[in-house]
Design a protein around this ligand. Structure first.
Ligand SMILES: CC(C)(COP(=O)(O)OP(=O)(O)OC[C@H]1O[C@@H](n2cnc3c(N)ncnc32)[C@H](O)[C@@H]1OP(=O)(O)O)[C@@H](O)C(=O)NCCC(=O)NCCS
Length: 201
């Protein structure tokens, strides 16, 4: 069954996140940062978050946001002190993370785009299904609920980025109708594919 994500789901969602995104930058940060991040999808009117749940257990989740530039700007304004504190704690324990932070481009977070047009755009930030439940249509169902919700809010374009090496996810997004629009390369030379889905409203 698919339901909107609530605060009670977040601990389990974080467990799935850590298991499914072992090597990601976000996972390298403190669990508290993930808690902060997932809670914000619930508290912001721009957030969109669903879980696939069977009695007592969450099998997968999807999160994203309408107008990401405004969403992330609000997140920083609201929670910057907590995020900074948690990140510093993590950096002290593992100073190598600092290099990863320094290499990232956070400039978009400081340039919110308030135009009417930008509220028609959304981002699909993360989707994950527990490994033992994959290939059963759970991600497809989650994505359909997510897109239906966004469409009802007037969104006509959904964007996402996925590591070029994540072949399974790329195939999944293509099956869902997303089209690759470009490739971007980060400061480490890691390639991401940017996908877009256009919906009629
Ligand atoms: C990507 C992911 C979410 C897909 O979840 P899933 O529940 O297995 O996907 P579904 O069963 O809903 O598959 C939906 C469609 O994609 C296709 N698909 C899924 N996995 C596939 C694979 N490995 N190869 C080819 N096609 C695949 C299915 O054939 C299906 O199409 P169909 O309905 O026409 O048969 C899952 O593999 C996952 O959690 N990966 C780890 C996290 C991740 O990388 N997330 C994406 C980056 S944020």
């Amino acid at each position: 069954m698919i339901v909107k994500m609530t605060k009670e789901h977040i601990d389990e969602v974080i467990d799935i996140h850590i298991d499914c995104f072992k090597d990601s930058f976000l996972t390298s940060l403190d669990r508290g940062v993930l808690d902060c991040m997932y809670n914000n999808y619930l508290s912001s009117e721009l957030g969109c978050a669903y879980v696939y749940i069977i009695p007592e257990t969450i099998l997968g989740f999807i999160v994203g946001t309408v107008n990401p530039s405004v969403y992330y700007n609000q997140l920083l304004k609201k929670r910057w002190l907590r995020i900074l504190g948690l990140t510093l704690k993590r950096v002290i324990r593992n100073p190598r993370i600092l290099k990863s932070i320094a290499q990232r481009d956070f400039s978009g977070f400081f340039r919110p785009n308030e135009s009417e047009e930008s509220y028609r755009r959304a981002s699909l930030d993360l989707i994950a299904v527990k490994p033992e439940y994959r290939g059963r249509g759970i991600a497809r169902n989650l994505t359909e609920a997510f897109l239906y919700d966004l469409k009802a809010r007037g969104v006509s374009e959904v964007n996402l980025g996925v590591a070029a090496t994540n072949v399974r996810a790329k195939r999944f997004y293509e099956k869902m109708g997303f089209e690759k629009v470009r490739t971007s390369v980060d400061n480490y030379g890691r390639e991401s594919n940017i996908y877009k889905l256009t919906m009629s409203v």
